[in-house]
Design a protein around this ligand. Structure first.
Ligand code: VG1
Ligand code: CO
Length: 542
């Protein structure tokens, strides 16, 4: 029933920030997915008879790859596969299921916020037994195997029925189709004060949640409407579609524009939120105010003890390097540790496992905690709702009070998408070669204090990750960071992160792009963005 198939390597299977992401037609090449999955298994040891979790965000090609992964897991000797009904598991739910059932690991099929469909994006990611994305030493090993692979093993059996919960047998391995929502919903009930949120909603607090036709729909419907009693219709676009309705399931001010407009209107609900393709990102918009993800991380951390799951306090906070320093000020006031990691959730796993950090976040709309080992969109929404239910204030009042206490970190990210790869690499190389001479240089009123290419020294396993982004720090605490995306599937995406700290509450009402204007100009002067990319403005501003 099990066969060994000869294959030849593909040269482009290097995992990026979060797994291997390619266009669907690339994944549809003969043996492409099989090679990568076999390379995952070949990088692991000791999984015979153990459990593997498999699930995805429901995008185009999800079911096909799930069938392949199940048959290959059986042929490679796993004892059991847990798979979400319909092949659905949000990324945070997959992380929880791995942890709850003490699985060996999991395969998560997603390209997150990237569009889906026959010519759009697909992705495969491996998560280890702690529920988190495989660390670099594992992804490096997987990549090494993809370059030398000669055969893969697969069970020669009929497809599994993914739509009926319960157990089936596949070539001697048990496949259990599980409810994708219930374990996750139960976990949320242990962390948050559901009765308080329920009575706040019953008292007229209005919310809207846009699931963006992606995986969070069933989770949000069950938790927000069924368990917490939000008005029917509060959850929009809740049916996961293989092409996300033709949209980018990216919860930012460009792709969730309709939600933003609604929240800025006179008759706006009190709280608006959205999440991405695989359910790990969140967008938070109060009535009349967009909360930047960096601010959201800081505000959640500052108020976390209002939720039962965090009542005992936080061990520490971790943020990715490009994320603003707002969370640092909260950590300082709380007297707890603050950790600065490279971009990508895989770097938080060790800090969470070691109990050094409780809450983590990224400027890219990812926030999460020690409850799982992935970022978690709905978790962030529920923590906000818990805080709002207890404080009984508006989002705007909570934000203003936060800025008054801690100061405001004006923050924005400018993305230049699908730029010519050679031009993007040239820009980064040119910046890198200037680093040593930048300190002391003046650009208008700004003076460069330090400049470096960020290196991370993991305090737990002492691994080192180099070249994680170029940081230009100015006197007074402002900064500009440059890095190239590791999740795109065509050309290069240049990300420019811009931040200014403003302690004076009288100056907290300035439009963000205006507050950052001189830094934006300095970024272009230093990197020659317009000249090198040929772009006059960013593709996306968040
Ligand atoms: C982006 C974000 C990063 C995030 C990653 C995966 O990576 O910047 O913060 O962890 O996506 O998120 P990059 O390399 O493109 O900047 V997701 O929701 O796409 O799994
Ligand atoms: Co995502």
């Amino acid at each position: 029933m099990t066969k060994t198939v000869n294959t030849t390597p593909y040269t482009d299977q290097k995992p990026g920030t979060s797994g291997l992401r390619k266009k669907v037609p690339v994944f549809q090449q003969p043996n492409y997915a099989e090679n990568f999955i076999q390379s995952i298994f070949d990088s692991l040891e000791g999984f015979a008879g153990k459990t593997l979790v498999i699930g995805g965000d429901g995008r185009f090609y999800n079911r096909e790859v799930i069938q392949i992964a199940i048959k290959m897991a059986a042929a490679n000797g796993f004892g059991r596969v847990l798979v979400g009904r319909g092949g659905i598991l949000s990324t945070p739910a997959a992380s929880h299921v791995i942890r709850k059932y003490e699985a060996f690991g999991g395969i998560v099929l997603s390209a997150s916020h990237n569009p889906g469909g026959p010519t759009e994006d697909f992705g495969i990611k491996y998560n280890i037994g702690n529920g988190g994305p495989a660390p670099e030493k594992v992804t490096d090993a997987i990549y090494a195997h993809t370059k030398t692979i000669e055969t893969y093993k697969i069970a020669d059996v009929a497809d599994v029925n993914l739509d009926a919960e319960g157990e089936q047998e596949v070539a001697g391995m048990t496949v259990q189709v599980i409810n994708p929502v219930s374990d996750y919903a139960e976990l949320m009930e242990t962390l948050f004060d559901f009765p308080a949120i329920r009575s706040h909603l019953a008292g007229g607090f209005r919310i809207v949640f846009d699931a963006m036709s992606a995986v969070t729909g069933p989770y949000a419907k069950e938790i927000l409407e069924n368990r917490l009693g939000a008005a029917k219709g509060s959850v929009l676009n809740f049916v996961p579609l293989p092409d996300f309705g033709g949209h980018h399931p990216d919860p930012n001010l460009v792709h969730a524009r309709a939600l933003y407009e609604e929240m800025m209107g006179d008759d706006a609900p009190d709280f608006g939120a959205a999440s991405d393709g695989d359910g790990d990102r969140n967008l938070i918009i109060g009535k009349g105010i967009f909360v930047t993800p960096s601010d959201s991380l800081a505000m959640l951390a500052a108020n976390a003890t209002l939720a039962p799951g965090y009542a005992k306090g936080l061990a520490g906070i971790a943020r990715s390097m490009p994320t603003s320093g707002a969370a640092d000020r909260v950590a300082e006031k709380l007297g707890i540790g603050i950790y600065e990691t490279p971009t990508g959730w895989k770097f938080f796993g060790n800090l969470l496992d070691a109990g050094l950090a409780t809450i983590c976040g990224e400027e890219s709309a990812g926030t999460g905690s020690s409850h799982v080992r992935e970022k978690d969109g709905l978790w962030a929404v529920l923590l906000w709702l818990n805080i709002l239910a207890v404080r009984k204030e508006s989002v705007v009042d909570i934000a203003r009070e936060h800025w008054t206490t801690y100061g405001r970190n004006y923050y924005s990210r400018h993305d230049y998408e699908e730029v010519d790869s050679a031009a993007a690499n040239g820009l980064m190389d040119a910046l890198r070669s200037q680093l040593a001479t930048l300190p002391g240089r003046k650009l208008g009123d700004l003076t460069i204090e330090t400049a470096d290419d960020f290196s991370y020294h993991d305090p737990v396993d002492h691994s080192v990750s180099n070249n994680q982004g170029i940081r230009i720090l100015f006197e007074g605490g402002s900064r500009v960071v440059f890095r190239l995306s590791g999740t795109g599937t065509s050309g290069a995406t240049l990300r420019v992160y811009i931040e200014r700290f403003e302690p004076d509450a009288a100056k907290h009402d300035v439009d963000t792009q205006v507050a950052l204007a001189d830094l934006i100009e300095a970024a272009d002067t230093l990197a020659g963005i317009k000249e090198r990319t040929g772009r006059t403005e960013p593709t996306v501003i968040t």
